[in-house]
Design a protein around this ligand. Structure first.
Ligand code: BDP
Length: 697
């Protein structure tokens, strides 16, 4: 096995009794819809069931022991007590899976209002079988809690992938529209299996060429292919496109000529892709063009595009990851400073897409204060699936726990959580959006590291239902990605569930952040201090000095903590009540500060680094115990990567602690392993061809 099959391997049922039960429940199926999606359902059920049952399905027709797949308006559904309430509840993408009886015959009914609902229900049923759960007395009502569940690909038109660690981009723009690489359909199916229903194939650092007719032909071919899988296409819109490709003298959003250009462009795009989703925009961030270039604000920019899309039902997804040219007091505060004053001013078809934290996808960040600060604006979540700051494709880090930590965070308004904000207040999920920056590339196993697949999977499952829980999702993924061996399952789960905390510990414990090396972000560089702007430098973030370490964001410091609601600001802003995991995020703390453990901060920090390393060693030896129990190729791949992982964890610990020691002037506690190299050695390391580097503009 090479990992290409993802979580859709459909391995044989491991226990005779379970198989017997399944055969007594479903030994054949009928699909009563003949659309393209209906054909996909047919194919998936045939392949999935025959592969897991290890036998052909019986050739009988008739209800007994069958699975009947049909829409809610089909005659089969009548008289089965499926009322209007359920139909309304499952909506446009949900489904009902129920054991029913008609004329004394027992069968399983899969019904939905749409073909896509049936397709999602198909994968749900197959997942139940893959994870060997009982089908007896089944009664499942499922529907997604978030309307748009999308992948953002940071892929460039030349197939390079910004922050991609799994080879090249899968989108072969050169050979589109005539050559449809089979990987597109495989991609679409994998996404549909976890409910992802939207995608942006091009980088947020955008190229206006994607909006030209030559590329729109290609976009159309891809959109046509994705449609039966329920996946809608969006594009990134370069704000300066009117001047770059439209020949206009300005791209000022308030210029009527510019607005007309975008309105025409939208009309043109819809002539190629009638169900086009809309635009994802990175504006006035890291050198990208935007409304500020014309002294207009984000709302003026976003609304101009929104008005161009509105007649066609399109959406603007405007990113809040702003990173302006002026030196801010605290980069942490920029998004709130720029967006909060605009609350309530965005058009109805605009969502503001906010990264999970205020800095930049760091191994651990408290939730972004914007989630509690804009009550009149639709806020969308942006997670990073690709592991830019979490071990790239050499470290095993399961991110389900990270996503869950953020989604479950209470924002300080009644009992509301971040996920409730994204889902939309008062349960009206219209236009709610959750996005994940994809980790998919041309590598045979899709994600570079086999376990990167679990992050793609976890993102999709949480996007469908933010309450599923990282633990349960890990169980699902392991049961489907590996064979059914309880020891294998338990071992892998233990590794996964501890992996993210381990990474936080050997990289940036206790609230440290942004300490990675320059450019490629591979490995540690806490000493970096000479980059052009203060907030590009790790020293700006850790602020270590002879007194202590950490960024004072309290009222006495930058004041960033005050961007949270009062109760949260109080908790984070007080040294005593601030959770230790965020301590150095919000406070500048003495090296000798007494931690909850009774140790000094310096000692505690060292022990965190060491425990991160120890954990990775434990993962490696746990994995060794699976030799012969996991198929050879995947076993060896992960084994080799764990060797690299261990080296990198040691590197992070050694380089960071040696550097901080030059400032703290304190000895390492006894438990700390002697560093392998010198600080000078670590400072000299260079990686000119590390993957995923951002293109220069
Ligand atoms: C940072 C990445 C950079 C992205 C930027 C963004 O380093 O490559 O362009 O985020 O989200 O994390 O726009």
């Amino acid at each position: 096995e090479d990992g290409h099959g993802l979580w859709l391997r459909y391995t044989p049922i491991s226990q005779e009794a379970v198989l017997t039960e399944y055969l007594q429940t479903v030994d054949h199926f009928e699909v009563h819809t003949s659309s393209e999606t209906g054909l996909l359902i047919h194919e998936e059920l045939t392949n999935g069931l025959t592969s897991m049952y290890q036998q052909e399905l019986v050739a009988t027709e008739g209800l007994e022991h069958s699975l009947q797949v049909c829409k809610t308006d089909h005659s089969l559904v009548k008289g089965l007590g499926i009322d209007a309430g359920i139909k309304e509840q499952i909506g446009a993408e949900g489904f009902l899976l129920r054991s029913v009886q008609r004329e004394g015959k027992s069968f399983l009914l899969l019904t939905a209002n749409t073909d896509i609902g049936l397709y999602y229900g198909t994968f749900h049923l197959l997942r139940l079988i893959q994870t060997e759960q009982s089908l007896v007395g089944l009664d499942v009502v499922e529907y997604p809690r978030i309307e748009t569940r999308m992948l953002n690909h940071w892929d460039n038109l030349d197939r390079s992938s910004e922050r991609g660690y799994a080879g090249f981009a899968i989108w072969d723009w050169h050979r589109l529209p005539d050559y449809l690489d089979p990987i597109y359909a495989e991609y679409a199916r994998a996404n549909a299996s976890i409910g992802i229903n939207a995608m942006v194939p091009v980088n947020v650092n955008s190229n206006a060429l994607i909006l030209t007719p030559m590329y729109l032909e290609k976009v159309k071919a891809l959109a046509d292919l994705l449609r039966p899988y329920g996946i809608k296409m969006y594009l990134t819109a370069r704000f300066s496109a009117p001047s770059e490709i439209g020949g206009l003298a300005t791209s000022d959003p308030l210029d009527p000529g510019v607005a007309a250009w975008w309105a025409d462009k939208a009309k043109e795009i819809y002539s190629y892709v009638p169900d086009f989703g809309g635009f994802l925009v990175k504006a006035n961030s890291e050198g990208q063009p935007g409304p500020h270039d014309y002294h207009r604000n984000h709302a003026e920019g976003a609304n101009m595009l929104a008005k161009a899309l509105a007649p066609h039902g399109g959406q603007v997804i405007w990113r809040a990851f702003v990173y302006s040219e002026e030196n801010p007091v605290d980069r942490h505060m920029q998004a709130n400073d720029q967006f909060v004053p605009l609350d309530g001013q965005f058009d109805d078809n605009v969502s503001i897409q906010v990264k999970n934290g205020a800095i930049d996808f760091q191994p651990r960040e408290p939730f972004h204060p914007l989630f509690s600060a804009m009550k009149e604006t639709r806020l969308a979540m942006e997670f990073q699936i690709t592991q830019e700051y979490l071990g790239q494709a050499t470290q095993l880090v399961y991110l389900g726990t990270y996503y869950e930590e953020c989604l479950d965070a209470q924002i300080g308004i009644k009992k509301a959580t971040v996920s409730e904000v994204i889902e939309g207040q008062s349960n009206e999920q219209e236009h709610s959006v959750i996005a994940g920056v994809a980790n998919i590339g041309t590598d045979r196993n899709w994600t570079g590291h086999l376990f990167g697949q679990s992050n793609w999977y976890a993102f999709g499952r949480l996007a469908w239902n933010p309450d599923l829980g990282a633990d349960a999702i890990a169980d699902e993924w392991i049961a489907m990605a590996f064979d059914h061996d309880p020891q294998v399952h338990a071992t892998i789960k233990d590794i996964m569930m501890h992996s993210r905390e381990a990474a936080v510990n050997y990289m940036t414990p206790l609230g440290l952040h942004h300490l990675m090396a320059t450019g490629h972000h591979y490995g540690p560089g806490p000493w970096v201090s000479e980059l052009g702007r203060p907030e590009w430098n790790p020293v700006y973030y850790h602020r270590a000095d002879s007194f202590g370490i950490g960024f004072d964001r309290t009222a006495k410091g930058s004041g960033a903590v005050l961007q949270y609601q009062k109760s949260i600001a109080k908790k984070f802003g007080n040294l005593k009540s601030c959770p230790e995991e965020y301590l150095l995020w919000f406070h500048h703390v003495s090296w000798d500060y007494e931690m909850q453990s009774g140790r000094t901060l310096w000692d505690e920090m060292g022990l965190h680094y060491q425990s991160g390393v120890d954990e990775v060693r434990r993962f490696a030896s746990q994995w060794e115990s699976l030799e012969g129990k996991v198929d050879a190729r995947r076993f060896e791949e992960v084994q080799m990567l764990l060797t690299i992982h261990e080296k990198e964890a040691v590197w992070w610990k050694d380089a960071s602690l040696l550097y901080f020691q030059t400032i703290s002037n304190r000895p390492f506690p006894a438990e700390i392993e002697t560093p392998k190299g010198s600080l000078a050695h670590y400072k000299r390391l260079r990686f000119p061809y590390a993957p995923g580097i951002k293109p220069q503009w």
